[in-house]
Design a protein around this ligand. Structure first.
Ligand SMILES: [Zn+2]
Length: 214
């Protein structure tokens, strides 16, 4: 059995979705400075790095992160590889690539290569999921969708139709996956977002791993 860590490291130098809070990691207490322990203080937005979106992210009165069903976040998932020349994942990509009834689908796209960079630059031309594709996923019975960059939505979308279609139908979204090391196939997904109380419950960073089924 092999374990792939598909989470990105959280740091002040990681790419941020424009407008989101940055990351600030500081030494709060420090052994070196004579404190009794090392304690780090961490500040970041709920949609930092590898993270889960809850319905409350886009839907007024929608389910909060702590209401997500762990049965959806854990279990068999398909990694579907999308060719490197694709910018928009369409309904026909879903029809040709996604097995009917697949509960969890993670898209490996050209976006994963962005994680090779150390510059912290945010790419606006990332591959995204169209609303039509989102509708097809819902119709297929998909309960969880993941993508390998910081949004499932086309950059600067005004309507956020992909998010709304997925979240309104109870589909859990994982964004910011690093699928560079993972080949297309079936894996066991383990995705556990931080259990953050307060705030609007719109999302939380998660450690996400994939285990081979052998
Ligand atoms: Zn998000």
């Amino acid at each position: 059995m092999r374990i792939y860590d598909v989470s990105v490291p959280i740091s002040a130098r990681m790419p941020m979705y424009p407008g989101d809070p940055g990351v600030d990691i500081r030494q709060w207490l420090s052994l070196e400075k004579g404190d009794p322990a090392n304690v780090t203080a961490i500040y970041f937005g709920a949609h930092t790095g590898t993270h889960v979106d809850a319905p409350a992210h886009f839907i007024q009165g929608g389910g909060k992160l702590d209401s997500l069903n762990l049965n959806i976040l854990l279990g068999q998932a398909y990694v579907i590889e999308i060719p490197a020349d694709v910018i928009e994942i369409t309904g026909s990509h879903i029809d040709t690539n996604c097995p009917n009834g697949a509960k969890r689908i993670l898209f490996k796209t050209r976006n994963s290569a962005f994680w090779n960079e150390q510059t912290g630059q945010f790419h606006t031309d990332y591959t995204y999921i169209s609303q039509q594709a989102a509708q097809r996923l819902v119709a297929n019975g998909t309960q969880l969708v993941g993508i390998d960059y910081l949004s499932v939505e086309q950059f600067q979308s005004k309507r956020f139709a992909t998010h709304e279609t997925l979240l309104a139908n109870g589909v859990v979204i994982i964004e910011g996956l690093d699928l560079r090391q993972v080949q297309a196939g079936v894996y066991e997904l383990i995705c556990l977002p931080l259990k953050i109380a307060e705030g609007s419950g719109d999302g939380a960073p998660a450690r996400v791993v994939l285990r081979t089924l052998d």
